[in-house]
Design a protein around this ligand. Structure first.
Ligand code: FAD
Length: 433
């Protein structure tokens, strides 16, 4: 009897959107033995709402139609898949008040979803035995025979390679770049504070224009932009005011949100500001990553927010995490020997780093445009429309099949004839003669 090829042992650290989506793809590859290590004991709903753009939906479809389906099931009522939806960007202050300057991420079946609901949906796709909770990565050591990972509880595991999907404050990023590298820690260059409230949709309808409890508006002005995201199939609403250049105290405390500062905004926007100011307990301080010079070191790579956390203004952080997962999932279909890992990570880095870092830059620019801080832009809605149109084309309309193909070409070029692919590995239980 021929010896079965040894499986590639892959540790994924972090079971957020990136880690779970990658796991959902890898479980279909019989030559990969993967395990997800997640630090929290269980997912908590912190009220983050996501409006996934078309590129996110395309990336999920590339990983598998069941991934896209998991999103649809959590995000919307049955039967809504054919309805087009977009994020409406409207000027709320100044001489062009009321002008619609962008419809972002327009797509059929596009809906909002809470992060917690999406995680639940993705988790259902990952076999229970492939994920451990309460496992916080503390130390990574690489040697000739692979990676040793130590967790906070003192336990250890060994793998051929590791992918850190451990979010914006990533320990993997610190390992890859070094703790003192200027791009390791996230930064808040423009002093963004996001004031946010979570209310029931019923309560919101009594206080704001009911229209904004069903769609995703972004109402712009120089002292902050106002935004609403319906969640939990329309039963709850996340409403926020994002302020650029907030005057933080020396201890990092943001000032209270003062609705009086928004008197020259549209009535719709002012009502949302007052709703947020009532109970801004879901507020947070935003940050993003400066460009990392690489997304991998040896047999350790990073993905998702760990690699390229962005400001939330372009609505594309999760989408980029899903694009990473689609490319890595595709590459690992051909990683049948440990010797292929470096080539796969190199192809992933070359394919994904430029695009995902361009999105980080774009999200910063979105923030400045939203805050009327890009010269000449808000006085000229035509220019604004052009900017948003170009940005939407870059994020939304990307050819992700081609991105996968380009990554695979790089990988195959590097390993030469050595990449025999998953089809070269016998499924479990099948004897190779
Ligand atoms: P995370 O979701 O942060 O997951 C990281 C996981 O790693 C977590 O589960 C964490 O517990 C775990 N972890 C951390 N440290 C360790 C450790 N040491 N050991 C083990 N596990 C660890 N994106 C969009 O595409 N569209 C949007 O509309 C959008 N809106 C947003 C709105 C808000 C308010 C915010 C904050 C973000 C938004 N984003 C949006 C961005 C999106 O939420 C993130 O880009 C996405 O969640 C990144 O996924 P991730 O899996 O990389 O990281």
């Amino acid at each position: 009897m021929a010896e079965q090829p040894r499986k590639i042992k892959l540790a994924i650290v972090g079971g957020g959107i990136a880690g779970l989506a990658l796991g959902a793809g890898l479980k279909k590859k019989s030559h990969i033995d993967f395990h997800i290590y997640e630090s929290v004991p269980a997912y908590k709903d912190v009220g983050a709402g996501l409006a996934l753009h078309m590129n996110a939906i395309k990336a999920m479809t590339l990983i598998g139609p069941e991934v896209r389906q998991a999103y649809f099931e959590k995000a919307m009522e049955m039967g809504e898949e054919d309805q087009e939806m977009s994020t409406e960007v409207i000027l709320a202050q100044g001489p062009n008040q009321g002008e619609l300057v962008a419809e972002l991420g327009k797509a059929k079946g596009r809906k909002t979803v809470s992060r917690a609901d999406l995680l639940d949906g993705l988790l259902e796709l990952v076999p229970k035995e492939n994920i451990s909770f309460n496992k916080r990565l503390e130390k990574i050591e690489e040697s000739d025979d692979g990676i040793r990972i130590t967790f906070k509880d003192g336990s250890e595991t060994h793998a051929d390679c590791m992918i850190g999907a451990d979010g914006i404050h990533s320990a993997t990023r610190s390992y890859i770049l070094g703790p003192d590298h200027p791009a390791t820690e996230p930064k808040n260059h423009d002093g963004w504070q996001i004031y946010r409230t979570m209310v029931t949709a019923e309560f919101a309808r009594e206080h704001i224009n009911p229209k904004w409890t069903r769609t995703v508006p972004i109402l712009l002005g120089p002292r902050g932009h106002v935004n609403c995201i319906p969640l939990n199939k329309g039963t709850r609403l996340s409403a926020g005011v994002a302020v650029r250049g907030a005057k933080f105290t020396a201890s990092g405390q943001a000032p209270d949100l003062d609705p009086e500062l928004y008197k020259d905004y549209s009535e719709d926007a002012q009502r949302i500001v007052r709703l947020v100011a009532r109970d801004p307990s879901a507020s947070w301080t935003a940050a993003d990553h400066d460009h990392a010079p690489t997304y991998f070191k040896g047999r350790v790579a990073m993905m998702g927010d760990a690699a390229h956390a962005s400001m939330p203004f372009a609505g594309n952080g999760a989408a980029q995490a899903l694009e990473d997962a689609a490319v890595l999932d595709h590459l690992f279909s051909k990683v049948t020997q440990a010797e292929h890992i470096a080539a796969a990570f190199s192809a992933y880095d070359a394919t994904r780093r430029p695009r995902s870092q361009a999105v980080v830059d774009l999200a910063r620019k979105f923030g400045r445009v939203y805050a009327y801080a890009e010269e000449g832009m808000h006085e000229d809605p035509g220019r604004m429309k052009q900017f948003f149109g170009g940005a939407a084309a870059f994020t939304n309309n990307a050819d992700l099949q081609r991105q996968n193909d380009d990554a695979m070409k790089l990988f195959e070029g590097a390993v030469g004839g050595g990449a025999d692919g998953a089809e070269g590995v016998a499924p479990e239980g099948v004897e190779v003669v």
